[in-house]
Design a protein around this ligand. Structure first.
Ligand SMILES: Cc1cc2nc3c(=O)[nH]c(=O)nc-3n(C[C@H](O)[C@H](O)[C@H](O)COP(=O)(O)OP(=O)(O)OC[C@H]3O[C@@H](n4cnc5c(N)ncnc54)[C@H](O)[C@@H]3O)c2cc1C
Length: 376
């Protein structure tokens, strides 16, 4: 259940309060009490009550405990997990990470050094091959049963989006997807209407289950931590689905979601062959290449290159949009880029409204010229 109302705890020990009321809600409660006392003229008591509340807020925050479900390929951690760890640390309290895989010792070692991780929980089983949600959900539920986390989160990647709604359903709580800010342990901000509005969601669930937008939280430092690791018993395979294989497109270019520079092409490129112009330009800057949905739908490039509302969300240092008009669904995936450059022959193209530098030109002339200049 997500709502703007809150419930008074049934029991009033400090521990029960921390489980049932957020720190802000509790602060409001005491502030209201303080203002009542003030009306009676006891100002001193009010100050004392507020100070006590602040102390209590810090005290209660220490009772938060978050499980971050790590995304990895048994060899390396996926960068979005580091962003989820940063988000988890904003909640206060202990942060544990669950590494479920087939042979994941390297990932456990990598995670143990990440700053802000207190404990790494390890579950190894053949059934975890391919990270199928049907197989991972029971181990997350068993871990939750054992440790009683107040929050469970993962990155808002295909992995997290596939897994956490299932976990939430099994826990009978409403998940919150793709958060971009944490205001307090029970209040989260997420985008709606393709990023045109922000929604602040207050969650009254006993366990908050959410996914984290990678571009909204800096990755946690990969050195400096010293987490302990602990095995958690993995149950037998559920067996309702089976992982067969994955065929990933191979590329020497940086991965789109984590690249510092992205060059994206749209329908203006006119064909898949013409994307070679962008590959050449990208090579001079060690950039990843993305695309608009129109370019993907036209079959110019595969859909794992799509940037936007229904594609990947990127926020590189530099985003170069070539032959892209700037539809809101495309902007939803790249408008948080630090510097945006647009090349378009139409001076009225909406992409120029969000770009820091715009070049009104024919891309077939401008892009080769840029590539040649950068190669010098
Ligand atoms: C539910 C939904 C989800 C969507 N999700 C996404 C998404 O995730 N990502 C996404 O990108 N879109 C998405 N879309 C589609 C989106 O609405 C647009 O249709 C799409 O972004 C347009 O792509 P485009 O800019 O490449 O094409 P167009 O809008 O056709 O723009 C092509 C641009 O190229 C310029 N151009 C043409 N020739 C040249 C040249 N020689 N030199 C320079 N410039 C040139 C034109 O001036 C024009 O501005 C979604 C739509 C819906 C309804």
């Amino acid at each position: 259940m997500q709502a703007t109302t809150w419930s008074v705890p049934k029991k009033n020990t400090a521990l029960d309060i921390s489980r049932e009321l957020s720190t802000t809600t509790f602060s409001m409660l005491v502030a209201q009490l303080a203002s009542f006392i003030n009306r009676e003229g006891v100002v001193f008591t009010m100050h004392r009550a507020i100070n006590k509340t602040r102390q209590l807020a810090g005290f209660l925050q220490r009772f938060q405990s978050t499980l971050v479900v790590a995304e990895h390929n048994n060899d390396k951690l996926t960068p979005i997990t580091l962003s989820a760890i940063t988000a988890a640390n904003k909640l206060g309290g202990e942060v544990s990470c669950l590494v479920a895989g087939t042979d994941c010792a390297k990932v456990v070692a990598e995670l143990s050094k990440v700053l802000g991780v207190n404990k790494v929980l390890v579950a190894q089983h053949d059934a975890f091959k391919g990270a199928l949600p049907e197989e991972l959900t029971p181990i997350i539920l068993a871990t939750q049963q054992q440790f009683k986390f107040t929050h469970i989160c993962a990155g808002a990647s295909a992995f997290g989006k596939n897994l956490l709604p299932r976990v939430a359903a099994k826990l009978d709580v409403a998940p919150i997807s793709d958060i971009i800010e944490i205001q307090s342990p029970d209040t989260f901000v997420r985008t709606i209407y393709a990023g045109n509005a922000l929604s602040t969601v207050k969650c009254n669930e006993s366990v908050k289950v959410f996914t984290v937008r990678g571009t909204a939280f800096e990755p946690a430092a990969s050195e400096g931590g010293s987490a302990t690791s602990e095995d958690v018993a993995s149950s037998s395979a559920v067996g309702v689905s089976e992982w067969l294989e994955q065929n990933l497109s191979k590329s020497d270019r940086p991965e789109l979601a984590g690249a510092k520079v992205v060059v994206s092409g749209g329908r203006g490129l006119k064909s898949g062959e013409n994307f070679q112009l962008l590959y050449d330009l990208a090579e001079t800057m060690n950039a990843a290449v993305g695309a608009s949905r129109a370019a993907v739908d036209a079959g110019y490039v595969p859909n794992d290159m799509q940037v936007g509302q229904t594609g990947k969300i990127v926020a590189p240092e530099l985003y170069i949009a070539v032959g892209i008009s700037g539809a809101i669904q495309h902007l939803a995936g790249m408008k948080d880029s630090k510097t945006i450059v647009a090349i378009n022959k139409d001076p009225e193209a909406p992409i120029f409204l969000v770009s820091d530098f715009g070049l009104v030109a024919d891309l077939f002339k401008a892009v080769p010229e840029m590539t040649a200049a950068l190669r010098k």
